[in-house]
Design a binder for this molecule. Structure first.
Ligand SMILES: *[C@@H]1O[C@H](CO)[C@@H](O)[C@H](O)[C@H]1NC(C)=O
Ligand SMILES: *[C@@H]1O[C@H](CO)[C@@H](O)[C@H](O)[C@H]1NC(C)=O
Ligand SMILES: *[C@@H]1O[C@H](CO)[C@@H](O)[C@H](O)[C@H]1NC(C)=O
Length: 462
């Protein structure tokens, strides 16, 4: 995965999106507080029971046609969200949710006229603006037409449908477009109710890698929409995930004002069952620094990593070099990082493991030339939101491998902003072709500061 945290081509759209997101926050919060979207399972179940009984013979006056039970909000830049607020039947072969047809056997002339027909389609991945990505996401249909199928599996919990396609496979995106939006959606719409998670574009490695984390969102087995064949029924269903921007949790937009710390607490719940795992604890009283390495000969590698490790050890850290792959066990990574005191790495997806640091510990992001903005929105802001001691090590021109290629006086090094302004795709120069060779004197100063902060963290922990 050579992607940076954001695909460069769409970055300019992202900037616009960010502005729009802030403007739209009011719409998000007013949407969330719309009571029509606060479905409660008991009520929905009650309705299911009531409607299977014969209707009363006489109705005083003919009621108006009921409104459609399908409500969609398409007003947000990153996502669409639809809710079918009535007993619903899922045909997985068609990726369609229909109304349960329970009126068929007891039609009478006094019953209300059928609800207006609605037909809504959603691709449930919160990067709606990015055509190339969203077109690969499975389309889910919600229809108010009653189905003629019959339920094979009846659930008493509401369904939540989303996609694990798109950029899934890049750890940053797995969280930024996946688990953080899942957190926002469950906290906004399912407070006190565990939904049944139905996942489209869901690959086996994803299900096994995130099994523990998925269990902390729902106790029910995940339904894999790609290979499911049975008809499932639910008291109600929602399709789509709420996003508030990259790796962002805005407490003011959530009914219970959860913060990034609550998301971190959820990770702890997910992985606490693995406390027995045999992962080394820091062997001494020395603070432990996790040095995140990038694997696979991709760019943004620390060329003099050995020297940097030696230096960190000399300063007083115990150093663990961590080179994760897609198959790295998250519970082992969690346990190791959760027991550490500092993390350092070059801007890149693997740095997303910062989520496993305990609040109060130290994150040092090494920011190569030309990606300051990405460094801030992908890791800087979220790290501060999570209560980390965040430090940035912005490299100087002399520490960039781009100097060998372009020469120190080239515009590429003198003015990256201007180069990126010329063409957004130029971001690739900085993301995909740049390694770093850290100045040991400069980085030593940063590491000493990080060491002091890590020591303070240990003292506070008692
Ligand atoms: C779908 O695939 C998953 C993962 O391979 C498997 O565990 C599950 O049993 C399959 N489900 C069905 C209904 O075939
Ligand atoms: C879905 O397709 C599978 C395989 O083609 C079939 O066995 C199953 O009965 C179908 N399910 C429904 C609800 O049509
Ligand atoms: C993470 O660290 C905290 C504080 O030291 C500890 O209470 C918790 O059990 C650790 N979690 C895991 C999964 O090791």
């Amino acid at each position: 995965m050579k992607r940076g945290c954001v695909t460069p081509l769409i970055m300019s759209i992202c900037i616009l999106l960010f502005t729009l997101l802030y403007i739209h926050q009011i719409t998000i919060s007013s949407f969330i507080s719309t009571s029509s979207l606060r479905r409660s399972t008991p009520a929905a179940e009650k309705r299911l029971k009531v409607e299977t009984r014969p209707r009363p013979a006489a109705v005083p006056s003919k009621p108006a046609a009921p409104a459609t039970p399908i409500i969609c909000d398409r007003s947000h830049e990153p996502y669409d969200l639809c809710t079918l607020n009535a007993p619903t039947l899922m045909n997985p072969n068609l990726s369609t949710f229909s109304l349960v047809n329970d009126n068929v056997n007891h039609q009478d002339t006094t019953s209300p006229s059928p609800p207006q027909r609605t037909f809504e389609k959603v691709r449930p991945y919160p990067r709606k603006w990015e055509n190339g990505i969203i077109s690969g996401i499975k389309e889910i249909t919600f229809t108010s037409d009653p189905s003629t199928d019959s339920c094979q599996i009846q659930h008493h919990a509401p369904a939540l449908v989303f996609s694990a396609g798109g950029y899934t496979g890049n750890l940053f995106h797995d969280f930024s477009d996946g688990f953080v939006p899942l957190f926002l959606t469950t906290r906004s719409l399912f407070s006190g109710v565990d939904p049944v998670l139905i996942v489209a574009n869901c690959r086996d490695w994803w299900l096994s890698k995130y099994a523990e984390l998925l269990r902390s969102f729902s106790p029910y087995p995940v339904i894999n929409l790609d290979n499911e064949t049975a008809i499932h029924c639910f008291p109600s269903a929602t399709v789509g995930l709420i996003s508030q921007g990259f790796m962002t949790i805005d407490p003011t937009l959530l009914p219970n004002k959860e913060t990034f710390l609550d998301f971190r607490a959820l990770l702890q719940t997910a992985y606490m069952h693995h406390q027995h795992l045999h992962v080394s604890s820091p062997s001494t009283a020395r603070p432990r620094l996790v040095l995140v390495g990038r694997t696979g000969g991709v760019s943004r590698v620390i060329l003099n990593q050995k020297e940097v490790v030696q230096l960190a050890k000399k300063i007083g850290f115990e150093v663990v070099v961590f080179k994760p792959t897609r198959y790295t066990s998250l519970s082992e990574a969690y346990k190791m990082i959760n027991a550490s005191h500092a993390m350092m790495g070059v801007h890149g997806a693997a740095l997303t493991h910062f989520l496993f640091l305990r609040p109060g510990s130290v994150l040092v992001q090494v920011v190569p030339i030309g990606i300051d903005w990405l460094g801030e929105i992908c890791f800087g802001k979220p790290a501060r939101d999570m209560g980390l001691e965040y430090m940035e090590y912005k490299i100087t021109v002399d520490e960039s491998s781009l100097v060998d290629e372009y020469g120190k006086d080239d515009l590429v090094l003198r003015n990256p902003e201007a180069v990126i302004k010329l063409a957004w795709s130029n971001t690739n120069i900085y993301l995909k072709n740049q390694n770093v060779k850290l100045d040991l004197i400069r980085v030593g100063v940063h590491l000493k500061k990080a060491y002091k902060k890590a020591k303070r963290f240990i003292e506070k922990q008692g």
